[in-house]
Design a protein. Structure first.
Length: 381
């Protein structure tokens, strides 16, 4: 009876949304890869990852998330060790970010997102709802997030490093931060952005030569395309321009499934992962893109409702951390394809091809289910 009561706490609305994402992902990945002989089985691999992910989500209701909170430092330290160990692997696409196990690639930086969220939730809860203090709360949060941020930047993996920042900002926003600290933070961000832009333009040639010497020329190209789009070369603007052309050609209703000219002409880089939104925009048009955004909205909305229903503040903090991660990834991935955000390697949650990222996203949903299923008022592990 106890097991049955936990199963009754499954959120069937979220499960339905995940099922719809699975269908969209399968169709988009299939369309993106059918012209590439070496990638023709990616759509089925994505289905296997989804099946494994659904198993994780459903089984998570039987796991008490408060165990993770009690021993939060264990997964956090394991994550740091994995981020260090990955430096001893062979580089993939110029970055040492993956463990290759058989035919599967494991990216520790993805898993560390969740360990950061859990660690911050524990630290924030020490105030029991009171105002966060800089020395005893904000500074420790900065430390536990900066260490993995630094390790991931060195790999280099700019995309996941930025996501860490988004998670911290999102969780601090609902953590009862002093308005003075918020004002200082905004001033630092705005001032830092202006200073960065000024220094980047002033020492543009020197920065370019330095990054090229460190085999990080793609960093320069992506930053320069965003900061100085009118000065960027045609090669540097290639991915952005092709993405915007493809999405624009889709119009209201799209070119039709598997009929995207830009995608079929192989003009869109990584159409099955980073640029999967381009496939949807070109083949299903504005209507298809709007439906996808609506599904994301419903997922985020439902997760926020669960956060509000939590008796345990730590559970609410964790859910908000996960929401912050999803919202930023969605905004960044779509934004970089339409020119309002810099191009990074951030994928589209639940749609882009990728085993580690998809399983992590499903694990995050599983943790939300665990939080929802274990809200007994009298227990506070």
């Amino acid at each position: 009876m106890h097991l049955l009561s936990k199963l009754k706490k499954l959120d069937w609305g979220i499960l339905l949304l995940l099922g719809l994402f699975m269908i969209i992902s399968f169709l988009a990945v299939r369309s993106a890869t059918f012209i590439y002989p070496g990638y023709t089985n990616y759509d089925m691999k994505q289905m296997y990852f989804f099946v494994a992910g659904f198993a994780v989500v459903i089984l998570s209701v039987f796991f008490d998330y408060r165990i993770l909170l009690r021993f939060w430092y264990v997964p956090y330290l394991i994550g740091l060790l994995l981020l260090v160990a990955v430096f001893f692997t062979e580089p993939v696409n110029g970055a040492r970010s993956w463990f290759v196990i058989g035919g599967f690639q494991l990216q520790p930086a993805e898993l560390v997102k969740l360990t950061i969220i859990i660690a911050i939730a524990v630290i924030m809860n020490r105030r029991e709802g009171g105002t966060l203090q800089f020395t005893y709360d904000i500074l420790p949060i900065f430390v536990v997030s900066f260490v993995p941020f630094l390790l991931v930047m060195v790999q280099p993996d700019l995309g996941n490093a930025i996501i860490y920042v988004a998670i911290v900002l999102g969780m601090l926003w609902i953590g009862n931060v002093k308005y003075l600290h918020v004002a200082i933070g905004i001033a630092i961000v705005v001032g830092g952005a202006l200073l960065f832009s000024t220094l980047f333009n002033t020492f543009n040639t020197e920065i370019k030569e330095f990054l090229e010497g460190k085999e990080r020329s793609h960093w320069y190209q992506r930053i320069n395309t965003f900061v100085n789009p009118e000065q960027a070369s045609s090669d540097e603007r290639y991915q952005l321009e092709r993405a915007m052309i493809a999405i624009g050609s889709g119009g209201l209703t799209g070119d039709g499934y598997m009929q995207g000219d830009s995608k079929n002409g192989r003009f869109v880089p990584y159409p099955y992962s980073d640029s999967i939104f381009v496939v949807i925009g070109e083949e299903f048009g504005f209507q298809g893109s709007a439906v996808l955004l609506l599904l994301y909205f419903l997922l985020i909305y439902r997760m926020i409702i669960i956060a509000f229903q939590c008796y345990d503040r730590r559970g609410s903090f964790i859910i908000i951390g996960i929401v912050s991660m999803f919202v930023f990834q969605i905004f960044e991935n779509i934004g970089m394809m339409i020119g309002i955000m810099p191009i990074t390697g951030i994928t589209l949650p639940f749609v882009s091809y990728g085993g580690t990222s998809l399983l992590l996203n499903m694990l995050c949903i599983g943790l939300v289910f665990s939080i929802r299923a274990h809200q007994e008022k009298h227990e506070d592990a």
